[in-house]
Write a protein that binds this ligand. Structure first.
Ligand SMILES: [Zn+2]
Length: 386
């Protein structure tokens, strides 16, 4: 066996009502002045009110920054850092989907005296030290951001760039499935498929996959595939919501250690250039990248097909089994009514060369892909996905 390293957040609270643990966790981190980093959608959906109530009942004076937007640009991160410093907060609480949690992580890292400039911390391992303590509370079941050491920001106009550092791991992740019951079906579908992609790409990662990330990826994919239809058709089904949140967290732990590959590399330009939500971007390119990867990843895809107990066909090769996985996932995506083609969401065919060029910039991710991918490959995949 190859040597490996596995890291995750030190404290996880999971389960209905675990939001009540928040004041105790803040006290355990010896903090007194929290700032919640979130977006207007969370405020308008009434999700911040219970958090605020829990904190004020514990006698904590809480600062709110609710200006996060999807595909968070650097300007928003800088505003949040300035707000945190002005209010002299000593702990950052991220509440929301991936954009809010990713922003919270960077704000916590840089809202301290003598911090590096934001532009210096992109890439892997460039962040020099830990900043303020962080507690992350997801309200979607998809990004797994609460358990990853990665933040994705939008730099310039359209490029998505990642900051990867063990110092971005939260001190506590608090996962309360009750916070996800209000998610609309389309968001549940897209974020759920994103989480499946995290599990699949972690399992097929070329460099860092290991026995722990494999185990997490398989368990995540089982939970997500078994419950996504119910979570979409019956959003108040707490068992399905709990399974989706658990699956997304496990997949997050997997890909925090065995990073994602070409599905994400080809999804990011759709977010960066067209602001297609991250989960939907992944859902749209997933089958076509998997089809491209099949010649290199067939044995691993076949293992996943076996783990999911997908019914066998007459042919027994690993290629045939891998194809069954791709077809099964595509069937699920259709059942949960995720858009299946780029043209259905208003992308013009002429856009594919620009998308392919932009995807090739995601070198941090492409190196993990089980099959090497060229610009011409990326172009062919987008054309197939169009
Ligand atoms: Zn993702």
């Amino acid at each position: 066996m190859k040597n490996f390293i596995f890291q995750t957040v030190p404290v996880l609270h999971f389960g209905q009502g675990c939001l009540a643990e928040l004041p105790g966790q803040i006290a355990a981190l010896r903090a007194f002045r929290p700032m919640i980093v979130t977006d207007r959608g969370i405020v308008d959906a009434g999700l911040i009110a219970p958090v605020q109530k829990t904190l004020s009942e514990a006698g904590l004076d809480v600062e709110i920054f609710d200006a996060v937007i999807a595909d968070p640009p650097e300007s928003i991160v800088r505003d949040a850092i300035a707000a945190a410093k002005a209010a002299a907060v000593d702990i950052v609480i991220g509440l929301g989907g991936g954009s809010s949690l990713d922003t919270a992580k960077v704000v916590a890292a840089l809202a301290v005296d003598g911090a590096q400039p934001l532009t210096d911390i992109y890439g892997v391992g460039a962040l020099a030290r830990k900043g303020l303590p962080t507690i992350l509370i997801p309200t979607t079941a998809g990004t797994g951001s609460e358990v990853t050491a990665i933040s994705i920001l939008t730099t310039g106009e359209t490029t998505k760039a990642g900051i990867v550092s063990p110092y971005l791991f939260a001190d506590v992740a608090l996962l309360d499935p009750a916070l996800t019951v209000g998610l609309p079906a389309a968001v549940t579908a897209a974020t759920g498929i994103d989480a499946m992609v995290h599990a699949i790409e972690a399992f097929t990662g070329r460099h860092a996959k290991n026995p722990v990330s494999d185990m997490l990826a398989i368990e995540a994919l089982k939970l997500l595939t078994a419950h996504i239809e119910t979570a979409c058709s019956d959003g108040r089904n707490m068992q399905a919501r709990e399974a989706m949140l658990r699956g997304s967290m496990l997949a997050g732990q997997a890909f925090a250690n065995s990073p994602v590959g070409a599905i994400h590399a080809l999804a990011y330009p759709l977010g960066g250039i067209y602001h297609i939500p991250h989960g939907l971007s992944n859902a749209l390119v997933m089958p076509f990248v998997m089809q491209f990867n099949l010649e290199a990843a067939a044995p691993l895809y076949a293992q996943l097909a076996d783990a999911l107990d997908i019914p066998r066909g007459s042919e027994n090769s690993s290629e045939a089994r891998a194809q069954q996985l791709i077809d099964y996932l595509e069937g699920l995506a259709v059942k949960v009514k995720a858009p299946r083609k780029l043209r259905e969401i208003g992308i013009k065919q002429e856009a594919t060369p620009e998308l392919a060029q932009a995807a090739m910039l995601q070198t941090r991710l492409l190196v993990n892909n089980p099959r090497e991918l060229t610009l011409a490959d990326a172009q062919r995949i987008y054309d197939a996905a169009w």
